[in-house]
Write a protein that binds this ligand. Structure first.
Ligand code: C2O
Ligand code: CU
Length: 478
């Protein structure tokens, strides 16, 4: 390719930006980034002549990768160049409440043209992500998200550390985002707004370049609004080493792949087997058949010798407090509403309203404990350090994906309709911390966590249309 003046300018400009954005690791002041939320374009479909208008951090999807060191300060100056207010939430990070990015609870929205600087110290290493928490159902769907990686003090022994950010997009035949479906009450009261195009790292077919024999770390991040993805690499045998940022004892992923609900992350370590020139498909299985989403491409380099140690070591645990065996408080969270079991009535902004008024006048279709939308008073108040057990019941016909802010929990038990009482969970997540949990229709789940981060924290369904149409509440730690 010919180096034109214009390309040269662009690439030297990009290099400058990177240099000032990422001071060397360990700089005493921590790392500092600048991000602009603004419109941009992206090639989301195969035809390179079709560009989609998106909104992105720095105009790109995904936004820049932010890297932090565990326990080291990070500052991110955010400027809103959109035509609507916004905020940025650092999904999964147990940080100071004032930096959590929830308009109406922890900060004022950032108005168009205004800026806000987020400053925090990430306590946990692992894979996290950032996205707006204002009209998230629209802003995230238009492409506003990016990865935030908190580096371990001692990194695992891998040849590449790679991101796989998976998203679905609802595009029209012209490749433009389908805008008339935003706010569609039918989607809101069903499974949410689903896309018809799948991208990995914002590309129609991502190619991850490696060498034969490499051991790679893949950080999977699910940024769909509502679709629960199922990603697999059928030709390789990945180990799962972390969920939602937190290490688990490495175990082999099943051939069904990895379930990734909106907001969840899973870290894989995988040995690349094959020969130079091979293209190893990454597939999505949730629709029943294999949809090729991207490839791991083996480059020409000489194959590396296999690691002598077959199974990777577990990553170092994060400093999350273990919940006490006996909870200080047990709180119920019952989900109701949605299509086919519509709310007869619920409380909304302090008023008891019938289901029809809730839906038609307020766009509300779901409730937590009989309340639609954010209540004026918290679901519960905890004294700092208390162990809270949350008994969740999904009394709807739909999946929900419950996310807790500022805290990570373990799942104590789960039972489906027909089971007698709760049984102990036998999944590999039983003693693993997580911040987002998928529940099936009519399931019950009891989760437990130490409320040790003072402030006001949201609990909501991370199917973003469900969050907007009722499934949101909060708790306070004093
Ligand atoms: Cu990923 Cu309340 O958010
Ligand atoms: Cu939901």
């Amino acid at each position: 390719m010919k180096l034109t003046r214009r390309n040269f300018l662009e690439s030297s400009l990009a290099a400058t930006v990177v240099l000032c954005a990422v001071p060397p690791a360990g700089a005493a002041t921590g790392r500092a980034y600048n991000l602009e939320l603004r419109p941009g374009t992206a090639q989301l479909v195969e035809d390179p002549s079709v560009l989609t208008n998106i909104w992105g951090f720095d105009g790109k999807v995904p936004g820049p990768i932010l890297r932090a060191r565990q326990g080291q300060p990070l500052s991110i100056a955010v400027t809103n160049r959109l035509a609507q207010p916004t905020s940025v939430h650092w999904h999964g990070l147990r940080i100071a409440n004032a930096m959590d990015g929830v308009p109406g609870l922890t900060q004022e929205p950032i108005a168009p043209g205004e800026a806000f600087t987020y400053r925090f110290i990430p306590p946990d290493a692992g894979t996290y992500w950032y996205h707006p928490h204002q009209r998230a159902w629209e802003q995230v769907a238009r492409g506003l998200y990016g990865a935030l990686i908190v580096e371990e003090d001692s990194a695992p022994d891998v040849d590449h550390d790679m991101l796989v950010i998976a998203d679905d997009w609802y595009l029209g035949d012209d490749g433009a985002i389908d805008e008339k479906s935003f706010g569609n009450l039918h989607d809101w009261s069903h499974a949410g707004r689903m896309g018809n195009i799948l991208t990995l790292n914002g590309k129609p077919y991502e190619h991850l370049e490696v060498s034969a024999g490499d051991r790679i770390r893949l950080r999977l991040i699910g940024t769909t609004n509502a679709r629960v993805l199922q990603l697999a690499i059928p030709d390789l045998r990945p180990w799962i080493v972390a969920h939602d940022g937190h290490p688990v004892t490495p175990y082999l992923a099943s051939s069904d792949g990895v379930e990734l609900s909106p907001g969840q992350r899973t870290d894989l370590i995988v040995d690349v087997r094959g020969k130079p020139g091979d293209k190893i498909p990454i597939v999505e299985l949730s629709a029943g058949d294999k949809l090729v989403a991207g490839y791991i491409v083996i480059g020409k380099g000489a194959p590396k010798a296999r690691r002598t140690k077959a199974t990777p070591d577990a990553l170092a645990a994060n400093p999350v407090a273990k919940p006490a065996a006996v909870a200080d408080q047990t709180v119920n969270l019952t989900m109701t509403g949605g299509a086919m079991r519509f709310l007869a009535s619920a409380q909304f902004k302090g008023e008891q309203l019938d289901g029809r008024t809730l839906a038609l006048d307020h766009g509300q279709a779901w409730a937590f404990n009989g309340v639609s939308g954010m209540p004026a008073s918290p679901l519960f108040t905890a004294r700092r350090g208390e162990t809270i057990n949350l008994k969740m019941r999904n009394d709807t016909l739909w999946q929900h994906n419950i996310h807790l802010h500022g805290h990570h929990f373990v799942e104590l038990s789960r039972h489906a309709p027909g089971d007698d009482g709760a049984r102990t969970v036998t999944t590999d997540r039983a003693d693993a911390f997580q911040d987002t949990i998928l529940m099936q229709s009519d399931e019950q789940s009891e989760i437990s966590f130490v409320a040790d981060n003072p402030g006001k924290w949201m609990i909501h369904c991370h199917m973003l249309e469900h969050q907007a149409s009722g499934m949101a509440t909060w708790f306070e730690v004093t």
